[in-house]
Design a protein around this ligand. Structure first.
Ligand code: AP5
Ligand code: MG
Length: 218
């Protein structure tokens, strides 16, 4: 059966950072809804035009738009063995839609949901120092600097600061997490697939803990 790992955690917790390592270890395609929206915004597609007013202000993009985008993505050939979902689902409605699509279209279900927990004060520090490239590779000016300033170590693309990585928008994003996404901890807890991971450690330590909880379920 295909493997579907859902990464849960507040903005800045390290979902994208850990996804790079987990997708490599398990040869799973990394599907980040945030990266997909940013790509569409950069290319000025219809989807990008719809998403931008929400992402720039730290608000959740409407469920229908997000669910349809993920369903299309999971049908692509590189997801035939499953996927590593980062930033989706973020609402109960999205979680129910994911269960339904996995069952009906892929005869599968969510395998495990590692949930990265980090103190709120550190989340803000992580977000304000983050730099990333257009391919979604993530750096930090203090905790994970690139070898050459402003250039991605992995693909050589320029690094930039995200439009939503400012103090005001971060608060809105944290609120959206508390109001909508945190409910998924109980949703997946009831299915016994949630596994909490201490994200307050160094990146490599978090990776070890993430790989351990995933290995136990695969
Ligand atoms: P998205 O891009 O998913 O943003 P997010 O959830 O706010 O999460 P982040 O990407 O900010 O954090 P992360 O956990 O990936 O942390 P990272 O690894 O980069 O979504 C953006 C927007 O798109 C949303 O606001 C919404 O508008 C829309 N959207 C997306 N999905 C949606 C959905 N399903 N429904 C509706 N709307 C949706 O790490 C952060 C920084 O910390 C980096 O600099 C990193 O180097 C550093 N770092 C990481 N780990 C550590 C560590 N252990 N120690 C020290 N530093 C660390
Ligand atoms: Mg991310």
């Amino acid at each position: 059966m295909a493997v579907y790992i859902v990464l849960l955690g507040p903005p800045g917790a390290g979902k994208g950072t850990q996804a790079e390592k987990i997708s490599e270890a398990y040869h799973l395609t990394h599907v980040s809804t945030g990266d997909l929206f940013r790509e569409n915004i950069r290319e000025n597609t219809e989807l990008g035009k719809k998403a931008r007013e929400y992402t720039d202000n730290g608000l959740l993009v409407p469920d229908e738009v997000t669910i349809a985008m993920v369903e299309d993505r999971l049908k692509k050939d590189d997801c035939k063995n499953g996927a590593l979902l980062d930033g989706f689902p973020r609402t109960i409605k999205q979680a129910e839609a994911l269960d339904k699509m996995l069952e009906e279209s892929f005869a599968s279900k969510v395998t495990v949901v590692p949930c990265i927990e980090v103190n709120e004060e550190d989340l803000v520090k992580r977000i304000s120092g983050r730099r990333m490239c257009k391919n979604g590779h993530v750096f930090h000016i203090h905790t994970k600097p690139s070898k050459v300033e402003g250039v991605c170590d992995i693909c050589g693309e320029p690094l930039y600061q995200r439009a939503d990585d400012n103090e005001e928008t971060v608060q809105t994003r944290l609120n959206a997490y508390k109001e909508s996404t945190e409910k998924l901890i109980d949703y997946y807890g009831n299915k016994d697939v949630i596994r909490k991971v201490d994200g307050n450690q160094k990146i490599d330590e978090v990776t070890k803990a993430m790989l351990a909880v995933i290995k136990a379920e695969i």
